[in-house]
Design a protein around this ligand. Structure first.
Ligand code: PEP
Length: 265
C-alpha cells in the first residue's frame, strides 16, 4: 500500500481548554471554514466529555468532520466514580484518544492499561488514537527507541492483523507538547525515523502489507507555520493537534496544508 492510499488524518485535541459554549462555537466556526473545501483529509475533533453530545449533534450531517473522545476507562461499566466508559461515549464518538501523556502522568496509567483501552475501543467499533512517546529525561538518556518500542509492542501484541487497519498510533514526544514549553521541536528526520521504527514493529508482527495499512501521526506543538515540515516526511500520515486546534482559523489552515497527499512511501 502506498502512502497515498492511507488517507491523511488530522485530529484536534481540545483538552480542557474551552467552556461548553466555546466548544459549540468552535465546531460551528470549523464547519463554516470547511464549507466550500473539497476535503481529501479525514478530520476528527475531540471535545471535552460534557460537549461530546453537542458537538456530535453539530456535525451530524457533516461528511467532513467526525467526533472523538479524549479518553475512556478500561472497564465497560462499573463503580468507577468520575470515569467515563466506551459505552457512554459510543452514541456520540467514533474515535477516542488513549494513552495521552497527560493522562498517563495524572493517573499513572501503564502501557498494559492503555492496551486494554485500545482493545475495548476496537471491540465496540471505535478507532483508537493511541499516543506513544518519550519524556525529556528518556530523550536525554537516549531511551527514545527503547521507550517507543516498548509502548508500541505492548499494543501490537494484543492486536490482530485485521484490526491493525483500524488503529492510529500517534508519535508524540512528551517534551515537544506545547504545554511543556519545549525549547526546540523534534528534527523532522528523527520523527520520520521513529515512524519507521513503529511501522517496522508492526511489520515484524503482521507482515509488511498489513503494516502499510497502519496510520501513524505526529503530535507536539504543530502549528500552521511548522506543519509542512512534519507531514511531508515519509511515513507520516497526519497530525494530532492540541493548542492550535481550539483556534478554528489555525486548525483549518493546518488541515488545508495536508490536502492533496504529497508525500510518498
Ligand atoms: C497534545 O498534547 O496532544 C498536543 C498535540 O498538544 P500541542 O499541539 O499543544 O503540543
Amino acid at each position: 500500500m502506498e502512502r497515498k492510499e492511507r488517507k491523511r488524518l488530522v485530529v484536534g485535541n481540545w483538552k480542557m481548554q474551552l467552556s461548553h459554549k466555546a466548544e459549540l462555537e468552535t465546531i460551528g466556526a470549523i464547519k463554516n471554514l470547511l464549507k466550500n473545501v473539497a476535503l481529501d483529509v479525514e478530520v476528527v475533533v475531540c471535545p471535552s466529555f460534557p460537549s461530546l453530545a453537542g458537538v456530535a449533534e453539530a456535525v451530524k450531517k457533516s461528511t467532513k468532520l467526525a467526533v472523538g473522545a479524549q479518553n475512556i476507562h478500561w472497564e465497560e461499566k462499573g463503580a468507577w466514580t468520575g470515569s467515563v466508559s466506551v459505552l457512554q461515549i459510543k452514541p456520540f464518538a467514533q474515535w477516542c484518544i488513549v494513552g495521552h501523556s497527560e493522562q498517563r502522568a495524572l493517573t499513572g496509567e501503564s502501557d498494559e492499561e492503555v492496551q486494554v483501552k485500545v482493545s475495548t475501543l476496537l471491540k465496540y467499533g471505535l478507532t483508537p488514537v493511541v499516543c506513544v512517546g518519550e519524556t525529556a529525561q528518556e530523550r536525554a538518556s537516549e531511551q527514545t527507541t527503547a521507550r517507543v518500542s516498548e509502548q508500541t509492542k505492548t499494543i501490537l501484541n494484543k492486536m490482530t492483523r485485521v484490526s491493525l487497519s483500524k488503529l492510529v498510533i500517534t508519535y508524540e514526544p512528551i517534551w515537544a507538547i506545547s504545554a511543556n514549553q519545549p525549547d526546540e521541536l523534534p528534527d523532522p528526520n528523527n520523527i520520520a525515523g521513529t515512524m519507521l521504527l513503529i511501522r517496522k514493529l508492526a511489520a515484524d508482527r503482521f507482515g509488511v502489507e498489513a503494516a502499510e495499512r497502519l496510520r501513524i501521526l505526529y503530535g507536539g506543538s504543530v502549528t500552521p507555520d511548522n506543519v509542512a515540515s512534519f507531514v511531508f516526511e515519509p511515513g507520516v500520515d497526519g497530525v494530532l493537534v492540541g493548542g492550535a486546534s481550539v483556534h478554528p482559523g489555525q486548525f483549518v489552515n493546518i488541515i488545508k496544508q495536508l490536502q492533496g497527499g504529497g508525500s510518498q512511501a
